[in-house]
Design a binder for this molecule. Structure first.
Ligand SMILES: O=C(O)CCC(=O)C(=O)O
Ligand SMILES: [Fe+2]
Length: 324
């Protein structure tokens, strides 16, 4: 149901022919404008690095709660630890049984930085930096290909909207999710992650082998099981808006199965969330200025930063906080 795209000849830093770029760009756009999700194989980020980041993050999550709270998420930078039951992506569900650790772009900007949990996991900072650099390069290549696939006059326009990734002025980042095993006799309504669509332009998702993710395609939820060696790429709200609705941001969620054995498994996933620079106005289909086929410019322009701040405030049931 979710198509697979082979990225072998399009990896960053690889010489690619124009014909291959065109072919893969068109394939990507075809998929992302219907299902909104695609598995990418041969993406060039090694299994070993992915596993090392995951294990380093486990070092944080398996530490005592009081230790983790020393690194509680800073609402201004959006970096740090998010404890069990403190965040909900779907306001309609009573609990989302998960913890998370977020490294947003300001963490990598030397002028701001973040409090890294070196004492809980000594290798986490270096590994996550390396991983984020790889994810950034791959994301920019994907955005370039989407520009080609959409047949934009200027193929690099999407890439240009994300010039400040890993600097203050952009909210892209790595979010590591840790879903603990489900306690016995837990309430029925408990789920791992509520229904939502992602907020940015694209997301690269690296799941472990446990499963549970479901994607809403044509009004029906389908399983998005992990595929060995593949990452899951999906479109977020910003890119849907910027493309005037041509590429789709689809809802998804993570459920808990009824199977006792499965409920006892810890699940981990890592998402690299790409956002346009803070000042980019998203709800004008800026990629298509002047194209009569594209829906009207929306009233009340909203910038990437305003959108993220609003969503974060809702997820944390807090007042909107300024951000870098
Ligand atoms: O845990 C997963 O597989 C999905 C995570 C996700 O959708 C998100 O964090 O936005
Ligand atoms: Fe998501």
């Amino acid at each position: 149901m979710i198509p697979v795209i082979d990225f072998d000849h399009c990896r960053p830093n690889v010489q690619v022919t124009d014909a291959k770029l065109e072919e893969t760009g068109k394939a990507l756009v075809d998929v992302l404008s219907s299902t909104g999700f695609a598995y990418l194989t041969n993406h060039g980020i090694s299994k070993e690095l992915i596993e090392n980041v995951r294990e380093a993050a486990d070092g944080i999550f398996t530490s005592p709660s009081i230790e983790k709270q020393k690194y509680a998420r800073d609402p201004i930078t959006n970096c740090g630890y998010i404890g069990l039951l403190t965040e909900k992506l779907d306001d309609g569900c009573p609990y989302e049984y998960k913890e998370a650790f977020h490294v947003a772009s300001p963490a990598l900007d030397p002028s701001i930085g973040m409090k890294w949990p070196h004492d809980l996991s000594p290798n986490f900072a270096a590994l996550s930096r390396t991983f984020m650099e790889k994810c950034k390069a791959l994301s920019l290549r994907i955005l370039e290909l989407i520009g080609i696939g959409l047949d934009l006059k200027d193929h690099s326009v999407l890439v240009d909207c994300q010039k400040l990734m890993h600097k203050s002025g952009n909210m892209s980042g790595l979010r590591i999710l840790y879903y603990p095993s489900i306690p016995d006799h837990s309430e029925d309504e408990i789920i791992r992650l509520g229904e939502h669509s992602d907020w940015g332009s694209i997301t690269l998702l690296f799941q472990d082998s446990v499963g549970g993710l479901q994607v809403n395609i044509d009004e029906k939820y389908v399983d998005a099981m992990p595929v060995d060696g593949a990452l899951l790429l999906n479109v977020g709200d910003s890119l849907e808006m910027m493309s005037g609705g041509r590429i789709k941001s689809k809802k998804h969620r993570v459920l808990i199965s009824d199977d006792e054995k499965h409920r006892k498994l810890v699940r981990r996933s890592m998402g690299y969330f790409v956002h346009p620079d803070n000042e980019v106005v998203m709800n004008q289909p800026l990629l298509y200025k002047g194209d009569p086929d594209v829906q009207e410019v929306v009233e009340d322009p909203i910038t990437s930063q305003q959108y993220v701040i609003k969503k974060l405030a809702a997820a944390h049931r807090s007042k909107p906080a300024a951000s870098y």
